[in-house]
Design a binder for this molecule. Structure first.
Ligand code: DAH
Length: 334
């Protein structure tokens, strides 16, 4: 007989000692689980030892059974306590790995600035919104009708030569001015109208210190009953004074545009000289007719100016090309 009581007793005691040592030495949770299966699992060492229980005498069985229970409980306790200390260690390691050092220098994210073209547009919009105007935009790709014809440019009128542009293969063109927005807006809306319309324009111009083939304009126009040239003058004065200061000297000089009658050029006194700053006039009755307004009931005024020119003056810049060079040393100054 191999399974004598004191032999089983010795095996159980040895299992307890060995297992406790092994459990205490383990340092990962999966390894600990392996040990649990090896000792206490269905086919584990404890079950194997207890397999010999049947061969013991009925008097001996309870004694060894009680010892086996005690070993089992001791191992369960050892497994539990090792499990909690491994879990605690894992959390501790995670916390250490994920520590944020608040004294470390932050990652530098350069701050963007508003480009002088956009800030000029924003300033103009603010002033006109203060006078009750609303912002409107229109397409940069345009038909001949909206860019020229509806604005009273006859097909062979020489005024078209000053606004040569880029023609697309389908016959469309890139707008030469923001005056096209007048037509789009008036087609869709009835008077009274107070609109400021900024946007990008294109011309077949040779690039130099005062010209770029892509540039920006701001158009503003109003249509109502009884609007007069005085309203136009007052509006422009108010705008230029808010933009450049109350002392700015301004004059109106007779001019010609196909879409206004009468037309004028506005000059500002700049460093002792008169400087042309915008075109304006009373909207030509033909333009009002082209959008279905009755020129006997409504009159309107309109004006348009180049954003780049105004930005150059506001910031005392010498060359329009700087606005398009994307040179950060330049742009960071604003
Ligand atoms: N569209 C003109 C240009 O680009 C500027 C202009 C002049 C607009 C007179 C107007 C205006 O609305 O009344 O040269």
């Amino acid at each position: 007989m191999t399974n004598q009581p004191n032999e089983l007793e010795a095996k159980l005691t040895a299992l307890k000692v060995d297992a406790q040592k092994a459990i205490a030495a383990v340092n990962t949770l999966p390894q600990l689980e392996e040990l649990r299966v090896a000792y206490l699992g269905k086919k584990g060492q404890l079950s194997q030892i207890l397999g010999g229980l049947g061969k013991l005498s009925p008097e001996e069985r309870p004694k060894i059974g009680a010892l086996a229970n005690e070993v089992k409980e001791a191992l369960q306790t050892a497994l539990e306590s090792q499990k909690s200390s491994l879990q605690a260690a894992e959390i501790q390691a995670r916390l250490e790995a994920e520590t944020i050092d608040v004294t470390m220098p932050a990652v530098y994210r350069p701050q963007g600035r508003v480009h002088p073209i956009n800030s000029t547009i924003d300033r103009a919009i603010d002033i006109f919104v203060g006078m009750g105007y609303t912002v409107e935009t229109g397409p940069e790709m345009e038909t001949d009708y909206y860019n020229f014809e509806a604005l009273n440019f006859l097909p062979d009128h020489p005024a078209r030569d000053m606004q040569d542009t880029l023609y697309l293969p389908d016959g469309n063109l890139l707008r030469t001015h923001t005056s096209n927005i007048q037509i789009h807006y008036m087609e869709e809306n009835d008077p009274p109208i107070r609109i400021i319309a900024p946007g990008r324009c294109y011309r077949r111009d040779t690039v130099d210190a005062t010209h770029t083939a892509v540039f920006h304009q701001i158009e503003f126009f109003a249509v109502d009953e009884n609007l007069t040239f005085t309203d136009l003058k007052g509006t422009i004065k108010e705008f230029l004074h808010q933009m450049f200061g109350e002392e700015m000297e301004i004059r109106f000089r007779a001019s010609y545009f196909p879409f206004t009658e009468p037309s004028a050029e506005v000059d500002m006194r700049w460093k002792g000289k008169w400087l042309e700053i915008m075109g304006c006039g009373m909207i030509d009755p033909n333009v009002l007719k082209s959008v279905g307004y009755d020129p006997e009931t409504y009159t309107g005024f309109a004006a348009g100016f180049g954003v780049e020119r105004v930005a150059l003056l506001l910031h005392q810049l010498d060359d329009i090309r700087r606005l398009y060079s994307s040179d950060l040393r330049f742009l960071r100054q604003f």
